[in-house]
Design a protein around this ligand. Structure first.
Ligand code: UT7
Length: 331
């Protein structure tokens, strides 16, 4: 049987740090409020001279290097993002350009904070169908470009970053313990569309002097509604993931969850009866980087030696849409 495996991981993070103290000078907030309500202490902010594909390419290069695979061997680039370089062409095209490689498949996918899980699922299907052999899956966001810096409800939450994995095939004897991506589960419910969105810049409200004056080109969120859906749906998708593989949450060695709010992760941990120590946490350093948060956290865990062969990893996320999902991986 053929499965896809994660052959390498990487991340791209801007060096510039924006601390809670910096935000205290911008809006009516405090370090104490942000830490207590979210767990965030600082986030990264990309230099104005750079764009989404620059960070995405940094992450991709690291993943390729870890895997020992040359850029020219990549067959497909999938970028999960809601903050592309421009509406079109896809940010994946610019990543391809920057990697300096010839024709291969390259496209973006829009599933907000669940973008990496969606991308992983699509990349996994390509590999298992033998359509592509080496697939780069990247989650990247430059959210600091679309937050309203006057809205304390949202501007303190988000940061910039990119994470990437390289997928490749693994032929396994039928009697072997399955390894690689064991399953992915994807969900969406448009009933949540009004809770987190950016109204301007699309065909409904194209960019105009009026749309700018009305402040339509920044992210709007009803945090409380998103919070409760996140805890409930992320936990439910984790249960689906383990049960589909004949396991329980006790069999999971490491949970790499979307880093939106430490209290959401604590709520998920409680619902799943999984101790918080089994979650890789980095929200204090990077804030909410949307589709990038899982691959950044995974890369950290891998490079810190926290991920070892044979371990069972659970990825899970929920974001705008609502879109959410989970993936179970044996390393
Ligand atoms: O990535 C996936 C999508 N996003 C999420 O998953 C985020 C989900 N939501 C959340 O994480 C939380 O709802 C927030 C962190 C956004 C907000 O936390 P909360 O505990 O739900 O606070 P709240 O919105 O109910 O606000 C409580 C109070 C309000 O004041 P009043 O009305 O009680 O006087 C807010 O105005 O806190 C106030 N507040 C702040 N105070 C200081 C809101 N933001 C701030 C702030 N600093 N930055």
């Amino acid at each position: 049987m053929i499965r896809s495996r994660i052959l390498g991981t990487g991340r791209g993070l801007p060096p510039k740090v924006l601390s809670n103290a910096d935000l205290e000078r911008l809006v009516a907030t405090t370090d104490a409020w942000i830490v207590e309500r979210t767990g965030i202490r600082e986030r990264r902010i990309l230099d104005p001279s750079l764009a989404t594909s620059d960070l995405a390419t940094d992450a991709a290069r690291e993943a390729l290097e870890m895997a020992g695979v040359k850029p020219s061997e990549v067959d497909c680039i999938i970028v999960g993002t809601v903050t592309p370089d421009m509406p079109f062409p896809a940010t994946a095209i610019f990543v391809q350009q920057k990697l300096g490689i010839g024709p291969c498949a390259a496209f973006d996918l829009s599933a907000a904070c669940a973008g990496f899980i969606y991308g992983l699922s699509v990349g996994d299907a390509f590999v298992r169908n033998r359509q592509f052999k080496r697939v780069l899956v990247i989650g990247v966001e430059i959210l600091t470009r679309i937050v309203d810096w006057k809205d304390r409800n949202t501007c303190v939450l988000f940061g910039d970053g990119a994470g990437a994995v390289l997928l490749g095939p693994d032929e396994q004897p039928d009697d072997a313990l399955p390894r690689g991506i064991l399953s992915t589960h994807l969900f969406a419910d448009g009933a949540g569309a009004d809770f987190l969105f950016m109204p301007g810049g699309g065909t409904r409200r194209p960019a105009s002097a009026e749309s700018v004056a009305e402040g339509l080109h920044s992210l709007k969120m009803q945090g409380k509604a998103v919070f409760s859906h996140a805890v409930r749906n992320i936990a439910a998708s984790c249960v689906v993931a383990v049960e589909a593989n004949g396991m329980t949450t006790a069999d999971v060695d490491l949970v790499v969850a979307h880093q939106a709010n430490l209290r959401i992760i604590e709520g998920v941990a409680q619902r799943l009866s999984v101790p918080l120590e089994k979650f890789h946490l980095n929200i204090h350093k990077y804030g909410n980087t949307s589709s990038a948060s899982i691959p950044i956290a995974l890369d950290e865990a891998v490079r810190e030696g926290r991920v070892q062969p044979g371990m069972t990893l659970l990825f899970c996320a929920l974001g705008a849409g609502f879109s959410w999902g989970s993936a179970l991986v044996r390393w």
